[in-house]
Design a protein around this ligand. Structure first.
Ligand code: ADP
Length: 229
């Protein structure tokens, strides 16, 4: 990777709903100290708080539609602070071509630079099947899977003991809608980065078991896998 040893690494993780991009982001953040910026989770938090922004985004989330770009800008303006020497990991942003210049602008104003765009690749059928077993902690947002990533105690978050839930947008109709949205938007965004920032888009085979996906992502980012893995 082209950077001085002390420069923080900044990453965007792409992947269809059910690809495991959020689990990968959580694991990378825990192992390497990335600060995760998860727009989906930030939006769900805003809805839970019931604040002004939360009320305006709730309907979009419920139906599996994208939240309009100006509201995503508002959300990230509230969230993003000068990263200094911390590394940022974006999960779920940018999600439309219209959000690409928003990220460019954050890079300029907050003085950081994305070093890699991970593209976690999983087929639609596999991703859809995985989503039906997904459970999340409503308190901290950690994601689990009843088969592939179960919590230590069934139905309870390992981190804070909160009872796990299905996400309200994990219904069959909404899952389908979200897969359609991904198929429509992701290709053009990745093509844009392949064209404008050659070499930074790194594919990762998300169909493998999670430890292999994690190892592949570490290699793609030029990070040594943590010893106690
Ligand atoms: P998933 O990738 O499984 O759909 P996320 O938590 O990333 O889960 O996103 C959940 C929902 O939040 C999306 O379906 C969409 O409605 C909304 N969302 C998240 N990020 C964005 C974004 N950058 N732009 C527009 N909508 C977003």
């Amino acid at each position: 990777m082209d950077q001085t040893p002390s420069a923080p690494l900044h990453v965007v993780v792409f992947g269809r709903p059910g690809s495991g991009k959020s689990s990968l982001g959580e694991r990378l953040s825990a192992a390497y100290g990335f600060v995760p910026v998860r727009t989906g989770e930030l939006l769900r938090e805003a809805v839970r708080r019931g604040d002004d922004l939360g009320r305006r985004v709730a309907e979009h989330l419920k139906d599996g539609h994208l939240v309009p770009d100006p509201l995503i800008l508002e959300l990230l303006e509230q969230t993003l602070k000068d990263p200094g020497h911390t590394s940022l990991l974006f999960d779920g942003f940018p999600r439309t071509l219209g959000q690409v210049p928003l990220l460019d602008e954050f890079e300029r104003t907050l003085h950081f630079q994305i070093d890699a765009y991970l593209d976690v690749q999983v087929g639609r059928a596999e991703a859809t099947a995985r989503m039906t077993g997904r459970r999340v902690c409503p308190e901290c947002g950690t994601t689990y899977h009843v088969v592939s990533k179960p919590p230590k105690v069934e139905g309870v978050c390992d981190r804070d003991g909160t009872r796990l839930e299905r996400r309200p947008d994990d219904t069959p109709a909404t899952i389908d809608q979200r897969q359609d949205v991904y198929d429509r938007h992701a290709g053009p965004i990745l093509d844009h980065y392949r064209r404008c920032e050659p070499g930074k888009v790194r594919p990762v085979d998300g169909g493998k078991p999670f430890p292999a996906v994690f190892a592949e992502a570490c290699a793609a980012l030029g990070l040594a896998p943590p010893a106690a893995h």
